[in-house]
Design a protein around this ligand. Structure first.
Ligand code: PEP
Ligand code: MG
Length: 954
C-alpha cells in the first residue's frame, strides 16, 4: 500500500539523462529491499514501450509484467532532480517516482498518487522544494474538494429518528470513501445545528479522509428536539472545502427555498440546488474496459490525447464505482479513476461533438488504447452474473445418464423436467432510433410486464402477491420514469435508458447495506430484467405445467417464498450449502432439495428429465427408467416409514436398548405452538428470538416481548422452553438496527457480542423472559459465546434481574457455536447449566467456511470429524459436571447424523418441527451401544465424506 513518507524521498539528485535517472532509482529500490537486482531492465523496458511522464514535472517509472516477480514488496521511492532530467518529447522531470508493485497494486498506487497531485501545476514547486517535508507537503497537500454527488444523497429513507438519519449519513460518507469507520460514532457525539425549515446540520472532522457532504431525508416528517426534522446534512469536514457549499446553502435558506431540498424526489434536484456534482445531460456511451491492467498510464494517455483532439468537453466515469465523472482530457484524472479490467466505463460528450467523439473514443477503447487486449467474456461484458461462479476450467453441461453429487439439503425424492432459471446476459444497442420511438417501445414493454404481474398477483396468496404488487409500483414509479425520460431525450435506446436508471436506483439501495433495502434492490432488478427481457424479445422459460425440478444458481428466501410447492417437485442449486437459508426454507416447505451441485447444472436444457435424491444429495440427469422406478419405490418406502413414524410421533424416542433422547423443536415465532406439539415436540429446544424482533418495525418493548414469550410458554403447557437471546449481526441483519459494515461480519460484532454492547436491549429481553416464565421451565442461552467473560457478563445480568423477578425453574446456558467455547467447555461447564451446540455456526468457524459461501459452503458439513471432536469435548466436559447438552443446528435433523450424535451421548436434539417424527423414529431404530461404537469410529475418520460412508455401511 502506498504511504508517502519523507524517508522515501532523496532530495537534490543529479542525472545527466533519463537512463542515469532510472539507474539511480533502481539502485535505491534494490538497496531498500523492495526489488531484486535486474529490476532496472524492467524500468528500461517499460520506458521503451512508452514514456512514464505523468505531467507537472513528474515521471512514474515502473517495471513490466516480466519483472513483476522481482518485486519483494510494494512501495515507492522518490528522487528529486532540481536541475531536471530530459524525459524525451521535450518533457522535463523534476521528480521521478519509482514504483515497485505487481500489476493491480500498481494501478492503485497510481490512483492514490494522482489523487494527491490533483491538477495544479506543481512542476516549479517540486523543483524548488528544499526539503523532503516540503516536497511531501506538495504531494499530499493538494486541496481536496468536497465530495457531493448522487451517491451521497438519500431521499425518503424509512428512518425512525434523528440518530438513524445521522447513522445513515455517516454510512453514505463511508461508502463514498470520505471517512473511516469511527466517523459514525464521532458524528453521534457532535452537536446538531438546526438550520431552519426542519433542516439540520451535523459536522465532524474526526476520521475524515476526504471532505464530503451527505444529505438524507426521512420518508415521513419526523421531529427532533421539539422541532420538525425534514432533512439532515452530515458533513465530514476537512479544511475549508465546504465553505462555498455552506454559503450557497445559506442563500437557499434565506430565500426560503429549503423545501426544494427536503421535498426533492431525486438526487439530481438536490445537487442542482446545492451545486454538487451533477452528471451532465449529454449523450453517453458505455463500454467494458478490457485492458489487462486496467486504465493505467499508457492507455490512459492514449485516451486523453484522443479526447483532446475534440473541441469540447468529454467526461468519463466508472459506472461500477458510482464515483463522479472526470475530464477525459486529463491524464491524472483518468488515472485517479483506478478503472480495472471488467469495469464499465461511461463516456459523456458535449452534444456538438458527441456524434464524432463518442464513436471514435469507443473504437479506441475497443482496440485496447495501444495495447493488445484479450476480449472479455461476453456475459461479463454485458453484466456481471448475479452470482459469481468460481473461476475454474470451462464448465460443460452434464451428460444424459450422469450423476451429480451435491449437498443433501432437504430430504425426499423428486422427479420431473428441469426448469432452469438462469439470468442470461442480454445484448442491446446503447443508442436508440429516436426518442419517440424508444419511448413507445418502453411503454409497450412496461404494459406487457404490468399485465404479467397482474396475472401473478391474481394467482398468488397474499404475502407472495404483495411482492408482485411492490413490483407493479416500482414499474410505475414516476421518479424512475423521469430519469428514463431524460436519457431517452439524449438519444439512448429504451433498453439502455431503462437499465441505467434501474441499475443506479438498485445500487443506491444496496449501498445502504440494509437487508430490507437490499431486498428492494433485488426487487428493482427483478422488475428491470422483466422489462429488459420484453424489450429484447426474450421471454423467461415458461414454468412447466407438470411438477418440475427448479434449477437455479442459488435460491434466495424470497424466490422460495414465490414457489408453488404443488408445482415444484424439487430444487437443485449450483451454489450454497446445507445451512444456507434457502436450504432451511426448502426443508420447512418439505420440498426435496440438493444444493451446491456446481455451475454445470445451470447449463442443463430446460425440460431435461431429472431425478433428485435430497437425502443423499444426488441429482441424476436423464436417468434410465429402471433407476427412476427404483428411486420411486424407495420414495414409497420412505413415505411408508414416515407414515409409521408419524403415527408414533408422540412416543418418546428411546433406543432399542433403552437409552432416551429428548427431541425438541426449533421455532422462530411465538405463534403455532399447538402445531409444533402436534408434530411430536417434547419442548422447544431453540426459540430464535430475532424473528420476534424482526416481526416489529422497532425493538419491541418489555411488555410486547413478554406477551410473545408468554404465548409460547402457555402453549407448551409445562414443557421446557429453551430461548436464545437476540442473535443479530453476521447473517442475521435487523432492519431497524443497522450494524456498522465490517470486513468480516461473521467474525465481527454479532450474537452476544452485540447485545452486550447494547445492554438495555439485552436487559429488556431478559426481563420480558423472566416475567413471562411464571415458574414454568425456562432455559435461557446466549448465542456466539466465545470467551469466559462474555458468559459471565451475560449471566451476571440474569442474576441481577432474577433477584427482582424470581423464577423457580430457570437454567442458564450457552450455545456452543464458536470453537473456543467447545475448547473451554471444561471451564464453562463448571458455571453453565447446559450447552446447546449450534452446529451451523460451529461448522463454519471450525472449518473456516462461510456458511453462505456460494461455492465452499457445500463443504461445510457438520459431520466433519473436526466438528464431531468439538461436540465430543463439549459433551464429556458437561457430563463430568452433571450438565446436559443439546444440539440445535441443522445437523440434528440429518438422518445420517442422528446415530452419531446419539453415540456421542448428546442428551437432546432440537430440530425443525416437521423432522421430529422422523428423528424420533431414527432413534428408536438405533442400538445405543452400537451408536457409541459408531461415534468413536467417526471421530477417527479424516473427512466428512468418510464419516458419511461409515454411516452408510453401518
Ligand atoms: C446454529 O448456528 O447452529 C444455530 C442453531 O443458530 P443459527 O442457525 O440461527 O445461527
Ligand atoms: Mg448460530
Amino acid at each position: 500500500m502506498l504511504e508517502l513518507a519523507k524517508e522515501q524521498i532523496a532530495m537534490g539528485q543529479v542525472a545527466a539523462d533519463k537512463a542515469q535517472a532510472l539507474r539511480l532509482l533502481a539502485d535505491r529500490l534494490v538497496a531498500d529491499g523492495l526489488v531484486a537486482e535486474g529490476y532496472l531492465e524492467g524500468l528500461q523496458a517499460r520506458e521503451a514501450q512508452g514514456s512514464t511522464f505523468l505531467g507537472q514535472g513528474i515521471a512514474i517509472p515502473h517495471g513490466t509484467p516480466q519483472t513483476r516477480d522481482l518485486v519483494f514488496s510494494t512501495g515507492v521511492r522518490l528522487l528529486q532532480f532540481p536541475e531536471g532530467v530530459d524525459w524525451g518529447d521535450g518533457q522535463r522531470v523534476y521528480l521521478a517516482i519509482g514504483i515497485a508493485a505487481r500489476s493491480d497494486e500498481h494501478l492503485r498506487l497510481l490512483q492514490l498518487l494522482t489523487r494527491a497531485l490533483g491538477e495544479t501545476d506543481l512542476a516549479e514547486a517540486l523543483r524548488r522544494a528544499s526539503s523532503a517535508e516540503a516536497l511531501l507537503k506538495l504531494l499530499q497537500g493538494a486541496p481536496k474538494e468536497l465530495a457531493l454527488d448522487a451517491q451521497l444523497v438519500n431521499l425518503g429513507l424509512a428512518a425512525d429518528d434523528f440518530d438513524e438519519l445521522s447513522w445513515r449519513g455517516a454510512r453514505l460518507l463511508q461508502k463514498a470513501g470520505c471517512v473511516e469507520p469511527g466517523f459514525a460514532a464521532a458524528l453521534q457525539q457532535a452537536e446538531p445545528l438546526p438550520l431552519g425549515e426542519g433542516l439540520w446540520w451535523l459536522n465532524s472532522d474526526r476520521q475524515v479522509l476526504q471532505p464530503g457532504l451527505a444529505f438524507i431525508t426521512p420518508q415521513q416528517p419526523l421531529r427532533y428536539r421539539d422541532q420538525p426534522l425534514n432533512g439532515l446534512f452530515c458533513l465530514a469536514s476537512l479544511g475549508a472545502a465546504h465553505q462555498a457549499l455552506l454559503e450557497r446553502l445559506c442563500e437557499v435558506l434565506i430565500e426560503g427555498r429549503g423545501q426544494s431540498l427536503y421535498q426533492a424526489t431525486d438526487s439530481r434536484t438536490v445537487l442542482q440546488v446545492l451545486g454538487g456534482e451533477v452528471l451532465p445531460d449529454w449523450p453517453s456511451v458505455r463500454i467494458v474496459l478490457a485492458n489487462a491492467h486496467g486504465l493505467h498510464a499508457r492507455p490512459a494517455k492514449v485516451l486523453a490525447q484522443l479526447a483532446k483532439s475534440f473541441d469540447g468537453d468529454i467526461r468519463l466515469r466508472v459506472v461500477d464505482t458510482g464515483e463522479a465523472a472526470v475530464s477525459a482530457k486529463s491524464l491524472s484524472r483518468l488515472l485517479s479513476l483506478g478503472a480495472r479490467r471488467g469495469q464499465t466505463l461511461e463516456l459523456l460528450a458535449e452534444p456538438q461533438i458527441a456524434g464524432d467523439a463518442l464513436p471514435a473514443l469507443l473504437d479506441a477503447i475497443t482496440q485496447g488504447l495501444g495495447e493488445t487486449v484479450e476480449p472479455l467474456d461476453q456475459t461479463l461484458a454485458t453484466q456481471p452474473p448475479a452470482v459469481a461462479a468460481p473461476a475454474a476450467a470451462p464448465v460443460q453441461a452434464p451428460q444424459a445418464g450422469s450423476q451429480i453429487q451435491g449437498v443433501a439439503a432437504s430430504p425426499g425424492i423428486a422427479t420431473g423436467p428441469a426448469h432452469v432459471c438462469v439470468e442470461r446476459a442480454l445484448d442491446y444497442p446503447l443508442r436508440g432510433i429516436s426518442p419517440a420511438h424508444e419511448r413507445q417501445r418502453l411503454v409497450e414493454a412496461q404494459a406487457v410486464v404490468d399485465a404479467e404481474l397482474q396475472a401473478l398477483i391474481a394467482r398468488s396468496e397474499s404475502t407472495i402477491g404483495d411482492i408482485f404488487i411492490t413490483h407493479q409500483e416500482m414499474l410505475a414509479d414516476p421518479a424512475l420514469g423521469e430519469e428514463v425520460e431524460l436519457r431517452l431525450a439524449q438519444g439512448e435506446s429504451a433498453e439502455a435508458a431503462w437499465m441505467a436508471v434501474i441499475d443506479a436506483a438498485a445500487r443506491q439501495q444496496e449501498a445502504l447495506h440494509d437487508a430490507l433495502l437490499a431486498e428492494r434492490a433485488a426487487d428493482l432488478r427483478d422488475v428491470g430484467r422483466r422489462v429488459l427481457g420484453q424489450l429484447c424479445g426474450v421471454q423467461d422459460a415458461r414454468e412447466p405445467q407438470q411438477p418440475y425440478v427448479l434449477v437455479m444458481a442459488e435460491v434466495g428466501p424470497s424466490d422460495v417464498a414465490r414457489l408453488d410447492p404443488a408445482r415444484v417437485a424439487g430444487i437443485v442449486t449450483a451454489y450454497g450449502g446445507a445451512t444456507a437459508h434457502s436450504a432451511i426454507v426448502a426443508r420447512a416447505l418439505g420440498i426435496p432439495a440438493v444444493v451446491g451441485a456446481g455451475a454445470s447444472i445451470l447449463l442443463l436444457e430446460s425440460g431435461t428429465p431429472l431425478l433428485l435424491d435430497g437425502q443423499r444429495g444426488r441429482v441424476s440427469v436423464a436417468p434410465p427408467e429402471t433407476e427412476v422406478q427404483r428411486a420411486l419405490a424407495e420414495r414409497d418406502q420412505r413415505e411408508q416409514r414416515l407414515q409409521a413414524a408419524w403415527a408414533e410421533r408422540h412416543r418418546p424416542a428411546v433406543t432399542r436398548d433403552g437409552h432416551a433422547m429428548e427431541v425438541f423443536a426449533n421455532i422462530g415465532e411465538s405463534a403455532g405452538i399447538d402445531k409444533v406439539l402436534e408434530q411430536g415436540a417434547e419442548g422447544i429446544g431453540l426459540l430464535r428470538t430475532e424473528l420476534v424482533f424482526m416481526g416489529h418495525s422497532q425493538a419491541p418493548d418489555v411488555a410486547t416481548q413478554e406477551a410473545e414469550y408468554r404465548r409460547v410458554l402457555d402453549g407448551l403447557g409445562g414443557r421446557p422452553l429453551v430461548v436464545r437471546t437476540l442473535d443479530v449481526g453476521g447473517d442475521k441483519p435487523l432492519p431497524y438496527w443497522p450494524i456498522e459494515a465490517e470486513e468480516n461480519p461473521f467474525l465481527g460484532v454479532r450474537g452476544v457480542r452485540l447485545t452486550l454492547q447494547r445492554p438495555q436491549i439485552m436487559e429488556d429481553q431478559l426481563r420480558a423472559l423472566l416475567r413471562a416464565a411464571d415458574n414454568r421451565p425456562l432455559r435461557i442461552m446466549f448465542p456466539m459465546v466465545g470467551q469466559m467473560h462474555e458468559w459471565r457478563e451475560a449471566k451476571a445480568m440474569v442474576e441481577r434481574l432474577r433477584v427482582e423477578i424470581p423464577v423457580a425453574d430457570l437454567q442458564v446456558g450457552i450455545m456452543v457455536e464458536v470453537p473456543s467455547a467447545a475448547l473451554l467447555a471444561p471451564q464453562l461447564a463448571r458455571e453453565v447449566d447446559f450447552f446447546s451446540v449450534g452446529t451451523n455456526d460451529l461448522t463454519q468457524y471450525a472449518l473456516a467456511i462461510d456458511r453462505g459461501h456460494p461455492s465452499l459452503s457445500a463443504q461445510a458439513d457438520g459431520l466433519h470429524p473436526a466438528v464431531l471432536q468439538l461436540i465430543d469435548m463439549t459433551v464429556r466436559a458437561a457430563h463430568a459436571h452433571g450438565k446436559w447438552v443439546g444440539v440445535c443446528g441443522e445437523l440434528a435433523a440429518d438422518a445420517q447424523a442422528v446415530a452419531i450424535l446419539l453415540g456421542l451421548e448428546v442428551d437432546e436434539l432440537s430440530v425443525a418441527a416437521r423432522s421430529i417424527a422422523e428423528v424420533k423414529a431414527l432413534v428408536r431404530e438405533t442400538d445405543f451401544q452400537a451408536a457409541r461404537a459408531l461415534a468413536q469410529a467417526a471421530l477417527q475418520q479424516d473427512s466428512a465424506a468418510s464419516v458419511r460412508a461409515l454411516v452408510e455401511r453401518s
